[in-house]
Design a protein around this ligand. Structure first.
Ligand code: UDP
Length: 253
């Protein structure tokens, strides 16, 4: 399976649609090599430009899906024709529907204890036959990391979903990759909040019009400051397009 990679200000984003991303994950689940999957949006790119370690980690993943319409727009400005936006949440749902009733297992790490317990219950109800073999909340101290890794390794899930917020989740995955006895690791941001039902996805019309970001802004106004990174991202992309930018890094894949 081959797909092109778009260089968005130094962050490699794979030009895949939802089904292609799903097929890659299913393929990765059959392989023995550990795989890291991230879901960059404009905020990731802005953060990575200021955080060298984060930028390097995003360059070392096996698959980066275009999560966020800002990425698709930025790619277009830079001359790439990105197929579509692929929200991380949608990818998790597609994976669940494919692996339910198989021997593949999944572990949820992240969010509050209440949310993660509810997310497990809701997903088991929605995808009958899905094997969620463990959960752990995302509010742990750095020195508790090894206990959690032991817990995960006891059940050695095929798929590990990590929702600790970005860039903590990407750094956690990268730094613990060697110790973890899992096949595929995905950074899923706030997906457990949606799975639990505590946070609602935008109504379909907003998604269709690529206005999901606007829905989140009006329903969660506390995200306003974070959302300012979206126009900043577009400005940086335009600046790069017009005169090139020193911040751009080469992609090593
Ligand atoms: N979170 C966590 N541990 C932390 C900080 C955050 O588990 O130390 C969780 C938080 O409960 C939420 C998710 O990480 O479920 C991050 O959500 P956010 O909305 O920031 O993610 P996004 O989807 O915007 O990437």
């Amino acid at each position: 399976m081959s797909f092109t990679t778009c260089n968005i200000l130094g962050v490699p984003i794979n030009n895949v649609n939802l089904n292609e991303a799903l097929n890659l994950v299913l393929l990765y689940l059959e392989e023995n090599e550990k795989k890291m999957i991230f879901t960059p949006n404009p905020e990731f790119v802005i953060n990575a430009l200021e955080d060298k370690e984060f930028m390097e980690i995003l360059n070392k993943s096996n698959l980066n899906i275009p999560d966020g319409i800002g990425i698709v727009i930025g790619a277009k400005i830079l001359g790439y024709n990105m197929k579509e936006r692929v929200p991380g949440y949608d990818l998790t749902q597609k994976i669940f529907s494919k692996i339910k009733n198989t021997n593949k297992t999944v572990y949820f790490l992240g969010a509050s204890e209440e949310t993660i317990t509810l997310a497990k219950k809701m997903m088991e109800q929605k995808y009958k036959g899905l094997k969620i073999v463990g959960t752990h909340n995302g509010y742990f101290k750095d020195n508790e990391g090894n206990i959690i890794i032991d817990e995960i390794n006891k059940v050695s899930p095929d798929l590990l979903l990590v929702g600790l917020g970005s860039p903590r989740q990407e750094k956690w995955i990268y730094n613990n990759k060697e110790k973890l006895n899992v096949k595929v690791m995905i950074g899923v941001g706030g997906s457990f909040d949606v799975m639990s039902g505590n946070v609602k996805r935008a109504p379909k019309i907003f998604i269709k019009l690529n206005l999901e970001w606007f829905y989140r802004l009006i329903t969660q106004p506390t995200r306003f400051k974070r959302m300012l990174k979206l126009p900043l991202f577009i400005i940086k992309v335009l600046k790069y397009k017009i005169k090139g930018d020193k911040n751009e890094r080469t992609i090593k894949k």
